[in-house]
Ligand binder design. Structure first.
Ligand SMILES: [Zn+2]
Ligand SMILES: [Zn+2]
Length: 420
């Protein structure tokens, strides 16, 4: 029996099916772009996704983690389960591009009126995965096992005190029944040109934790500081002290890390030393041990500087997303598939990114690979392309087809390679 004939036939069928679905993917993406919805509010988007999957004969579970949709496509042959993930949420950003389908949607966020825009390109991810579902549903007889489609809400974070995102999708069983063996996802990025796919084995994106510090001194007249405890001076020392963590305490040859103080609130008058100041910041790391060490240093430095001046410190660190770690074996395995789909010269190793992604939570449960899909037109200078989250982010639609072909091929090949 010729063992290569069947996968080759499947690869050809996949290419043709992807080309057929591409105009639809473009239309879906434009529609989502014009109707963006914030995290945990993706009602319209998830309804369109669920209707599409159902029409393809895919088993659908709705309202997973509030507005998420999980689809299961059972293949014609027995085998394992591979998951593909897209995120559906937009950002509270007022769009400034001049595309004809730009968003004019406004809503309320944190009690304030704001514009809404797919400024991170999740409209592209959702449309791509709908296209993948159509491609794979059309060739289900070639599938040795099942494909799970994870359309998740609130990747950018849930509003207020709500839960959401990947963590909640997992809590609600999206990786079980049937149990997933590997997960793939991608993100459009304007720092690469259309046609390019970037991968990286091991850590790709940083963990992201929130830091909150209250320094309680003792209020006094600004002209008589000796009669109180000045939390502004101590807070300033804390800011400087925290900057020594990465520069003096971390082995920067192992992994980079970042400690940023982005908020410093205190006082309301030129001549009054306030009782209290509040500092807030973000901590980024690519290694779990370093992450824990940074937390320790933040606590100790803050508490000891506060004590040195007679103030009391309260340090809260809220753990956010974990490090996106691409499974080395899975990454290695995926390269030939990606090269076949994108062309050898278009697939390459990319730098780490200090941004965070909740795809990391899936990767804690099953081996996962998160890819970067270039979305800046080839003629544009990368250095001037607006970054993700910018009101001017521009996604070149010709990247969508490559997204469909990549995820479809990875799913098909992974099932084929792992079927017993
Ligand atoms: Zn984002
Ligand atoms: Zn994103």
């Amino acid at each position: 029996m010729d063992t290569t004939a069947q996968p080759l036939a499947a690869a050809e069928a996949l290419g043709a099916a992807s080309r057929r679905v591409e105009p639809k993917v473009v239309a879906w993406r434009r529609d989502f772009h014009q109707h963006p919805e914030l995290g945990n509010r993706e009602f319209r988007t998830s309804r369109i996704v669920a209707e599409h999957l159902r029409a393809l004969g895919i088993e659908v579970r709705e309202k997973v983690a509030h507005t998420g949709v999980v689809g299961v496509l059972r293949g014609g042959k027995p085998g394992p389960v591979v998951a593909l993930r897209a995120d559906m949420d937009a950002l509270p950003v007022a769009e400034e591009t001049d595309v004809p389908f730009r968003s004019t949607v406004r809503t309320e966020w944190n009690g304030m009126s704001c514009g809404v825009m797919h400024a991170c390109g999740h409209d592209a991810h959702t449309a791509i995965l709908m296209g993948v579902a159509e491609v794979l549903a059309g060739m289900r007889e070639h599938l040795s096992g099942s494909v799970k489609f994870l359309f998740q809400p609130a990747e950018e974070g849930a509003p207020g005190d709500e839960n959401g995102g990947a963590r909640m999708m997992i809590e609600e069983g999206c990786l079980e029944e049937p149990r997933v063996g590997a997960v793939f996802g991608l993100h459009v990025t304007s720092i690469h040109h259309t046609g390019k796919i970037g991968y990286r084995s091991g850590p790709l994106m940083a963990s992201s934790d929130e830091l909150r510090v209250f320094l309680r001194g003792s209020q006094t007249h600004g002209a008589m500081p000796w009669r109180g405890v000045d939390p502004i001076v101590l807070g300033s020392q804390v800011v400087v002290g925290l900057q020594t963590i990465v520069s003096r305490r971390m082995d920067i040859t192992h992994e980079p890390s970042v400690v940023t103080v982005g908020v410093f609130h205190g006082g309301n008058r030129v001549n009054i030393i306030p009782d209290e100041v509040k500092l807030e910041g973000t901590i980024r790391a690519f290694d779990e041990t370093q992450r824990a060490d940074i937390h320790e240093h933040v606590k100790r430095i803050t508490e000891m500087i506060a004590a040195s001046g007679g103030a009391r410190a309260s340090v809260q660190i809220k753990r956010g997303y974990d490090v996106v770690v691409n499974d080395p074996a899975l990454t290695e395995w995926a390269i030939p598939t990606l090269q076949r789909v994108a062309g050898e010269g278009n697939v390459g190793v990319v730098d780490k990114v200090c941004g965070a992604e909740d795809f990391s939570f899936y990767q804690k449960v099953v081996p996962g690979l998160f890819l970067r899909l270039g979305c800046t037109p080839p003629e544009r200078d990368i250095r001037t392309a607006a970054p993700n989250h910018s009101p001017r982010l521009f996604v070149d639609e010709s990247c969508l087809g490559l997204g469909v072909r990549s995820l479809s091929a990875l799913a098909l090949d992974w099932l084929c390679a792992n079927a017993r």
